[in-house]
Design a binder for this molecule. Structure first.
Ligand SMILES: [Zn+2]
Length: 400
């Protein structure tokens, strides 16, 4: 622990007071920050994100729930950016882990898990899961590395016993018999329960939470549709702009050719890269969503989804120039756009890693990135688009 802490930006209260005008972090710092090198038991650590860090990884290193880092750092997503500052709430080392009721499994969320997928794997309903985890903030996104409680026998609301309250108080608040609550929770003596221990309240469902999350999900879906509409508009505008530029360049070339015509021998015509079809961007995949089909995040799917293992190399479907290589704020995650000339472009989204730079020339079959699940994605896959004049076309029409 000491080793890890030594390399971090840990603030002491006195240093904080002295360094106030320095603005070490845009985050409001809580009162009790800890001394450098001191065995940190309680307090806060300011951590600067380094390349390769994941929220789940950072959380695991400090033994905290990744969602607690999200809350204290004001993060909207669990994607980290290098250089970003996180505020990590430390938990006292000697505190015993909270008691989990028998028949409730503490499941560690893995990347790509959704509430629906976990629910079907365990044969419980989404409402059962929401009830056992009333602090969930979204029906769509689960934070990898966080703990999800799964009621495997008795279903009900799972809450932490509040400070200063007893099991009898809690049972009374929900109109339950304390004896029944003690029995379901496997407690011979309700007094052995401490504040923070989890209590299963049988038969109680977090319907309000569920309805609130459903409403939030719908609002997010609308926002995504709106973002998608704006993105399409922007793409049309860019394509228009590019066409204009190409027309200008063409005009300039023709003028130059005219002045040189007399002295220059007719050249062998170079085979244009606009000719010929495309090749599949992956080898070994399964098509999970077709063009035009309703996707997980879109009403109208603008490409095809090819499911393949995380890290599978993605190749350019055709030779061209890399137009875009980077992060998308529209849900494509790490993505690459290749311009094949003649207004034809291909797009490769949700990559775990990009292998090319913007402006670079790529040959058909050249590796341009690797399959991942970045952006609006629920599992490792390649979202592949073909656009002609800025309009998404069915990629299957261009593939062998
Ligand atoms: Zn897709």
């Amino acid at each position: 622990m000491r080793g890890i802490l030594g390399t971090l930006c840990v603030l002491s209260c006195s240093a904080l007071a002295l360094a106030k005008p320095l603005i070490l972090s845009p985050l409001p710092l809580p009162e009790a920050t800890v001394e450098v090198g001191q065995a940190a038991k309680k307090g806060w650590v300011v951590y600067e994100v380094r390349p390769g860090d994941t929220l789940a990884g950072v959380a695991a290193r400090y033994g905290v729930d990744p969602r607690h880092i999200m809350w204290s750092s004001g993060l909207k997503t669990d994607r980290l950016q290098v250089g970003q500052r996180l505020l990590i709430p430390l938990v006292a080392q000697e505190d015993r882990a909270p008691r989990v009721p028998p028949g409730v499994e503490a499941y560690r969320v893995r990347p790509g898990d959704t509430l629906q997928s976990v629910a079907s794997r365990y044969g419980v309903s989404v409402l059962d899961l929401v009830s056992a985890n009333p602090s969930l903030e979204s029906l769509d996104r689960l934070v990898a590395g966080s703990v999800l409680y799964i009621p495997k026998k008795v279903k009900g609301l799972v809450v932490a016993l509040p400070e200063g309250q007893t099991l009898v108080d809690l049972a009374a608040r929900f109109g339950l018999s304390p004896v029944e609550v003690a029995r379901v929770n496997g407690l011979a003596n309700p007094a052995e329960l401490k504040a923070g221990d989890l209590v299963l309240l049988p038969g109680i469902q977090a319907k309000t939470t569920y309805q609130r999350l459903l409403a939030k999900q719908e609002a997010e879906r609308q926002a995504r549709l709106e973002a998608e509409r704006r993105r399409q508009e922007e793409l049309r505008r860019l394509a228009e702009e590019r066409r204009r530029q190409q027309a200008l360049a063409q005009g300039a070339r023709q003028a130059q050719a005219q002045t040189q015509r007399a002295s220059v021998k007719p050249q062998v015509r170079r085979v244009s890269y606009q000719e010929g079809g495309m090749r599949w961007p992956l080898s070994g995949f399964r098509i999970t969503t077709y063009f035009g089909q309703r996707g997980a995040f879109q009403r109208y799917h603008t490409g095809i989804d090819l499911a393949a293992p995380y890290g599978t190399p993605i190749v350019a479907a055709k030779a061209g120039q890399v137009q875009v290589a980077g992060w998308s704020s529209y849900g494509y995650g790490f993505h690459v756009v290749v311009d094949h000339g003649g207004g034809v472009e291909t797009l490769y989204a949700h990559m775990s890693r990009i292998a090319v730079r913007s402006g670079e020339w790529v040959e058909a079959g050249q590796v341009i990135g690797y399959v991942g699940s970045t952006g609006w994605s629920t599992g490792p896959h390649l979202h592949f688009e073909v656009r002609v004049g800025g309009v998404a076309r069915n990629p299957l029409a261009y593939l062998p």
